[in-house]
Design a protein around this ligand. Structure first.
Ligand SMILES: [Zn+2]
Ligand SMILES: [Zn+2]
Length: 455
């Protein structure tokens, strides 16, 4: 089953704004009068009183439907509670899979089985009508219709082609150094490596399982990979593979497929916007099942929310154990500035399209793209990190409820104290990995500059 287990971080609020390199000057804070630095590339804010810390967010809790707001509130509560709970467990101990996520996990499993049970019932009912009702008017036709419905709703094992989406792919044979590193990190977190690595332009990473035999695919977003230092890259791999080590995927297969089936129901039962009597009548008839599906989705979402947040904290623990606490904490910081990476990418896309570039490298704008993103992100000053940390704290779960707030994740990582790395990526090995990625990375760069970046 195709299951997105995880994306390493959801948001990346803010980031660099304007393109012009800033001439740093100063101004008075309009709120408290403190002298504050002004850098044209970044938001001007006051560290003393918090003025303008999050100009675009408004606290982040106002937008969206009532359901979204409820979800955020609960997610925030879970995030804080889990942070406290996990703090009581001995640091570095192999984290138990049971515990607070247990009851919700059972509920999620029951709900998922119920959803698939409906599909099974449709098969049985359809077959019955088809066979027992043969020759009896419309019954076989109805039976065939029910069977077709069941086929649409069946749990699906994702195929590699589907999750790949045409992304450049690396396999063991073509990238021995990368896969050796993945195997080593996997060994350190207590699982096996992945079967393929997919590359895209995003500022994120994720692991997925596909096919009936549950093969593993790692998706690496080059906008994130490029801005990480060597140990932070190990931390990223440790986090992703940590999801497998903590058994998140087994849970995900059943529940994930049930969520997809419910999504199909929701699509089929969506109200008609037509004006005719028939449209209206149809809407009335589907109202009740529509409500039921909506309720099921909400319940399942709530039942899995806590478990998915917990799995993020545990994956972070794996990252810290593998790459060292400092690198894992560094990864959290880098997640804060993914907005800057996106800004650079968008700017580069526009430049490549309008061809207003002046330097020689414009022969092939894709050349060195990831390096330029890394340079730009490396230039983000500590003061901007501090602001983004505060934004993350202010907004809490405004963007992605499956991830605990980044500041809590960072605190969770560092509270065990300093721990050394188990896997060390030295310069020569890192260069070998880069060389293996180079060709695919160039392809991704060309594509993103051609098609634009829309994430
Ligand atoms: Zn994760
Ligand atoms: Zn102030």
């Amino acid at each position: 089953m195709t299951e997105t287990v995880e994306a390493v971080g959801g948001d990346g609020q803010g980031g660099a704004r304007a393109a012009e390199p800033g001439q740093a000057t100063e101004q008075d804070c309009p709120a408290c009068g403190e002298r504050i630095p002004v850098d044209g590339r970044f938001v001007v804010w006051c560290a003393a009183c918090g003025w303008n810390t999050d100009p675009g967010g408004g606290g982040g809790r106002s937008g969206g439907s009532r359901v979204d707001q409820l979800r955020r509130t609960l997610a925030h509560r879970y995030g804080e509670q889990l942070f406290t709970d996990l703090g009581r467990e001995p640091a570095g101990a192999p984290t138990a899979r049971s515990g607070p996520a247990g009851a919700a996990g059972v509920l999620a499993t029951v709900l998922a089985l119920f959803v698939h049970g409906i599909t099974v019932a449709l098969v049985v009912w359809g077959l019955w009508l088809l066979i027992a009702g043969w020759g009896a008017g419309f019954q076989p036709a109805l039976g065939a219709l029910l069977l077709a419905l069941a086929v649409t709703l069946r749990p699906r094992f994702g195929s590699l082609a589907k999750i790949r989406h045409g992304a450049p792919m690396l396999e063991r044979s073509g990238a021995p150094e990368l896969f050796a590193l993945l195997d080593e990190v996997a060994g350190a977190v207590g699982t096996r490596g992945v079967d393929v690595v997919l590359l895209d332009a995003g500022a994120n990473a994720s692991v997925r399982t596909y096919g009936i035999r549950q093969h593993r695919a790692l998706r690496l977003g080059l906008s994130l990979w490029a801005v990480l230092d060597r140990q932070e890259r190990v931390a990223l791999l440790g986090h992703e593979l940590g999801h497998y080590a903590h058994g998140d995927t087994r849970h995900g297969v059943l529940v994930g497929s049930a969520l997809r089936s419910l999504g199909t129901w929701q699509y089929m039962l969506a109200p008609n916007h037509g004006e005719t009597i028939m449209d209206q009548l149809g809407n009335v008839l589907t109202a009740l099942p529509r409500l039921a599906v909506h309720g099921m989705l909400l319940l399942l979402d709530q039942a899995t929310l806590r478990a998915s947040q917990r799995s993020e904290y545990l994956a972070d623990t794996s990252a810290a154990r593998t790459a060292g606490v400092d690198a894992a904490a560094g990864l959290m910081d880098r997640l804060l500035v993914t907005g800057s990476a996106r800004t650079v990418l968008q700017r580069e896309t526009v430049t490549a399209r309008t061809r207003i570039g002046t330097t020689a490298r414009r022969d092939d704008p894709a050349e060195g793209l990831w390096g330029r993103i890394a340079t730009q992100v490396a230039a983000v000053p500590e003061r901007e990190y501090e602001r983004l940390r505060r934004v993350a704290e202010l907004r809490g779960h405004s963007v992605d409820a499956t991830h605990p707030p980044t500041h809590l994740r960072r605190r969770h990582i560092t509270r065990g104290g300093h721990r050394p790395a188990v896997v060390v990526l030295d310069a020569s090995r890192s260069a070998a990995v880069d060389a293996e990625l180079q060709e695919a990375a160039r392809t991704v760069a060309r594509r993103v500059l051609r098609d634009g970046y829309l994430a």
